[in-house]
Design a protein around this ligand. Structure first.
Ligand SMILES: [Zn+2]
Length: 213
């Protein structure tokens, strides 16, 4: 794994600096992959695209608008940049706040936030083997899935896999199977088979995928 430069961003409200790492090259050795498209790869860390200021709680995108500079490891740099706190990922509640504050400027922004929310809810099962039991949480979870479905492009195979997975999560197993059936691509046959098996077992939960299965 080769780290890339560190990027420095400024909170648009109070100008507190935050830092975000980057990756020159990584690999998926020892990685865990899941049916919702998320993965955990020790040799390929991912970095947040939106964060919250630890000083004033302003939520902001880590993009060109707020970027103030970058530095490379081993390079002499501004101590304020070197000491900037790492930008963290938002919590599910904070992602919902970002949507309520209309921070999603386009479809891609909304997709990113809603996918993070979906993965965040799935984490309860992924890491703790728990399901969402809270009624209000279930409503938020369901609404988010329907909104995500509305953002997908049915002419794209990756989006179709996601569409099938979202329907499986909702318990719409017949729809999931129909969507899977519409995907003609030998490369994803193995994944389709795992999802078909899950539908037959009426399993709605995220599944850990084994590499080379
Ligand atoms: Zn701030």
């Amino acid at each position: 794994m080769l780290p890339g430069p560190n990027y420095i961003y400024k909170c648009p409200n109070c100008e507190t600096l935050v830092s975000k790492g980057s990756l020159m090259s990584g690999n998926t050795i020892g990685a865990d992959f899941y049916s919702d498209g998320s993965f955990f790869a020790p040799m390929m860390p991912v970095f947040p695209q939106i964060t919250i200021c630890h000083d004033c709680d302003t939520i902001f995108w880590l993009n060109e608008t707020n970027e103030t500079g970058m530095w490379h490891w081993g390079e002499k740099t501004n101590p304020a940049w070197e000491n900037a706190v790492y930008a963290r990922f938002l919590s599910i509640e904070e992602y919902f706040s970002a949507l309520e504050m209309n921070l999603a400027n386009n479809k891609a922004d909304e997709f990113y936030i809603r996918q993070q929310i979906w993965w965040g809810f799935n984490n309860a099962h992924r890491y703790k083997n728990e399901s969402n039991t809270d009624a209000s949480e279930n409503i938020l979870w369901t609404v988010n899935i329907h909104k995500l479905l509305g953002l997908l492009d049915s002419s794209n195979n990756n989006d179709l896999i996601m569409k099938a997975e979202l329907h499986r999560n909702l318990g719409n197993f017949d729809t999931c199977l129909q969507v899977l059936d519409s995907i003609v691509n030998p490369e994803v046959e193995w994944l389709k088979n795992i999802m078909i098996k899950a539908c037959k077992a009426k399993n709605r939960k995220v599944i850990q995928l084994k590499q080379n299965t």
